[in-house]
Structures are given as structure tokens and as C-alpha cells.
Design a protein around this ligand. Structure first.
Ligand SMILES: *[C@@H]1O[C@H](CO)[C@@H](O)[C@H](O)[C@H]1NC(C)=O
Length: 147
């Protein structure tokens, strides 16, 4: 490939990918502070955060948040919701962000992680579908193997 064509391609990639990866905005709330953070999600009082502005995590130096996440947690029969920028992890399941990772833990805890990067504010709930049973079995199996 000739050099100028390669240069043009390079610029296109940088211009398209970099802003996309580094400037996602996510809803940021927890239902313990704002009941509207729960499902069905009501964005009227919930702030949307530009993940670029996040300070970063001290235990993950250099890692920037490039995704949004919604976490649904059931602890002792009570649902809690968290929405935030996400630093690590994969989008959805096998790249399909309609699906969420689920995990049943000890002490009567159930967790569901929905990670997305398709657009600003993608961690509102509407896009996520319930996970097919096949994936539940598969992912809980994988998570058990990893833990
Ligand atoms: C908030 O929710 C309303 C109703 O679903 C929607 O029309 C609007 O675009 C949302 N706001 C943002 C910033 O996404």
C-alpha cells in the first residue's frame, strides 16, 4: 500500500475511533441515593457523566473508562441499581450488548452486569433484554471456573 493512502487510512481510523472510545457519556447514579436509578429508568433527575472527566481508579492506573455499565443487585431480597462508566470488562456477551452477565453469589446475592458502548447513555435500561437460559448456564459456568 502506498504511503499517502496509508496515512489517509490512519487519519480516518484515528478520527473515527478515538473520540468514539474516549468520549462516551453514561448515566451515573445509585438507587440508594435516587430511586429513579432503578428500573424502569427515569433520567429526569439522574446526571449523565462524560467518562472523559472521570478521575480514574487508583488500582487501575492508565485505564480509562470507555463503556457504560448498569449493575443490578439483589441483596436479601432487595434490589439495588448502579449506573456508571465502566473501565474493564467486555461489552455485553460475545460483543452483543443486549445481553447481560449474571452471577449468583453466596449470601443470597444475585448480580447482573450490563456493559455497553454503542452510544451515550446506553446504560439506561431499555436496551437490555433478558438473557437466554443457554447463556445464563454458560456464563455462570465460566464465572465459577474463573473464581
Ligand atoms: C431521557 O428520557 C427521555 C424519555 O425516555 C428521552 O426522550 C430523552 O432523550 C432522555 N434524555 C437523554 C439525555 O438521553
Amino acid at each position: 500500500m502506498n504511503t499517502s493512502l496509508r496515512f489517509v487510512l490512519y487519519i480516518c481510523i484515528v478520527l473515527n475511533v478515538v473520540p468514539y472510545v474516549f468520549s462516551i457519556k453514561c448515566w451515573n447514579c445509585r438507587s440508594s441515593n435516587d430511586p429513579k436509578c432503578a428500573d424502569p429508568f427515569d433520567n429526569s433527575t439522574v446526571p449523565i457523566t462524560d467518562c472523559k472527566q472521570e478521575k480514574g481508579l487508583s488500582h487501575l492506573p492508565g485505564v480509562r473508562p470507555s463503556m457504560c455499565r448498569k449493575i443490578r443487585q439483589k441483596v436479601n431480597g432487595e434490589w439495588r441499581y448502579f449506573r456508571d462508566c465502566a473501565y474493564l470488562g467486555e461489552v455485553g456477551i460475545q460483543g452483543d450488548e443486549r445481553f447481560c452477565l449474571m452471577r449468583t453469589g453466596t449470601y443470597n446475592i444475585f448480580m447482573e452486569y450490563c456493559t455497553c458502548n454503542s452510544k451515550d447513555g446506553c446504560n439506561s435500561s431499555s436496551m437490555f433484554s433478558p438473557l437466554p437460559l443457554f447463556f445464563i448456564v454458560l456464563t455462570t459456568g465460566i464465572l465459577k471456573m474463573l473464581s
